[in-house]
Write a protein that binds this ligand. Sequence first.
Ligand SMILES: Cc1cc2nc3c(=O)[nH]c(=O)nc-3n(C[C@H](O)[C@H](O)[C@H](O)COP(=O)(O)OP(=O)(O)OC[C@H]3O[C@@H](n4cnc5c(N)ncnc54)[C@H](O)[C@@H]3O)c2cc1C
Length: 383
Amino acid sequence: MKTLKFDTIVAGVGSVGAAACYHLARRGARVLGVEQFNIPHVRGSHHGHSRMIRQAYYEHPDYVPLLRRSYELWEELQSGSALSPFFHLTGGLYIGSDDGTIVAGSRLAAEQHGLEYEMLDAGEVKNRFPAFAPDCNHTGFYETKAGFLVPERAISAHAEAATNLGATLVTGETVEGWTAHQDHVEVRTSLATYQADQLVIASGAWTGEVAAELGIELKVTRQVLAWFEPLGDRARFAPENLPCWFIETEPPYGHYGFPVMPGDFGLKVALHRPGSPIELAHLSAEDHQPRQDEIDGLRTVLERYLPGCAGDLIHTCTCRYTNSPDGHFIIGKHPRHDRISIACGLSGHGFKFSSVIGEILADLALFGRSALAVEFLSPARFQ
Ligand SMILES: Cc1cc2nc3c(=O)[nH]c(=O)nc-3n(C[C@H](O)[C@H](O)[C@H](O)COP(=O)(O)OP(=O)(O)OC[C@H]3O[C@@H](n4cnc5c(N)ncnc54)[C@H](O)[C@@H]3O)c2cc1C
């Protein structure tokens, strides 16, 4: 049988892979995207209806230039897409101690990059956003240019735009192995063998299998999400009254949630900290349902910090983080194979960046470099 040849193959068409397919196709490359499930699906890291996007990045100020570009790309994708809106600016309120990771870190990033923000004491938080009941020693950091993305729609928009530009996206096909030769890469899947000049690995939680030889320890963890019916008037929790929020309940980690949008399940809440580990062998299993004590923990936090908001439990699910050893992304050329580019270990905060990471991967694959400063995220830092 004849082996099909492409300029670039993308292993995994999820958050980052769909964006990479789009940016590669936009640059005129012949692209094959290979996805083991559907596009999108509920077994990886991208389901659950909302992902927060914010610019005053407490994790590290060096992410801010990437975020500026990612906002531009999301706006552009949204305006060219016939799908329902998936990029919503609602404002973002981060609450914690004045010198804690979240408030002090957000302030540092905002100061370094000239971002607009407001500091609010606990009383000012209550006056401005009456749904919240912060501790009296809490400080609020508010940024207007924050909000959320609807990940399923954003991925569909990238995939649709890629296909319109000529990319071939296949589903229900698993990348089982690859070999980098001097003049091409061979990619073996559950259905075929392909050749390409370049391979982009965007396999999320499965990167430990797809790029095992990378030798970087990626810990996949199970994260619990819950949606509660808001008590009283739903309008209290609409974006006009409730921004996206993050409260430093377990320093340096915390709970976060979203306003209620028309047609939404309800008030969504989750804990941002690596959850319980999942073995690679069990990754594709679908049974990772939340336990009652996990749901009770989420309800307790809502009752404490947004009193009177948590009515009946409407929906729950789990999702996966793929945690890098230092909590920062891993993006760059494979340290030993120039024909392979990779983005992984997005450590529970990568969706907002997926548009710009797709662009970076396309530039790395086609031109060997990105105009954006991503050296601080290079896989070489773990070698
Ligand atoms: C509960 C939760 C909340 C989050 N909240 C936020 C947030 O508020 N803001 C934010 O920015 N980020 C957030 N994140 C993180 C963000 O969603 C992830 O960082 C991002 O989705 C990871 O993208 P990815 O492309 O690496 O993985 P995925 O989107 O999972 O894509 C990887 C794809 O590769 C496919 N694949 C894997 N192996 C193979 C193979 N061998 N062959 C073919 N296909 C393969 C998978 O099926 C999958 O579709 C959250 C994550 C979770 C779980």
